[in-house]
Design a protein. Structure first.
Length: 126
């Protein structure tokens, strides 16, 4: 699947977002090392701080299915015309599973980053 196709899948996943508070629907796709794909969407809560990001939801699905190495995370928002970058917490979640590539939906098309670019010096237990 191309990066453009991954972002299309992320946008489709965003349709299931539960975002009645921010109205900012985010979808994400995790591509595991074996090529299996897992989607996720943000899940908000009346207790605002309990919200789960789209990337976190997709990572949780993948890891719950046994994935321990992630090749790519693609993320798209369907309610804004700007590039929607993963938050700091999601970047740290990605560090744990050795994400190689992060694909972000931007107005001009997919932007591809290494995780090192997005979170240099991410935390790892010694
Ligand atoms: N959100 C994500 O799903 N991913 C991010 O990387 C940043 C923010 C969600 C959380 C919340 O539901 C909404 O976007 C507004 O912050």
């Amino acid at each position: 699947m191309t990066d453009l196709e991954l972002l299309a899948l992320a946008k489709e996943a965003a349709l299931n977002a539960y975002a009645p508070f921010s109205h900012f629907r985010v979808g994400a796709v995790v591509v595991a090392a074996d090529g299996t794909r897992y989607t996720g969407a943000n899940v908000e809560n009346s207790a605002y701080g309990s919200a789960i990001c789209g990337e976190a939801a997709a990572i949780a699905r993948a890891v719950s299915a046994g994935v321990r190495k992630i090749d790519t995370v693609a993320v798209a928002c369907i309610d804004a015309d700007t590039a929607g970058y993963p938050c700091g917490n999601c970047r740290q979640l990605m560090v744990e599973f050795d994400v190689d590539r992060v694909v972000v939906a931007a107005p001009e098309g997919p932007r591809v980053h290494t995780l090192e670019e997005l979170i240099p010096f991410g935390f790892r237990l010694p």
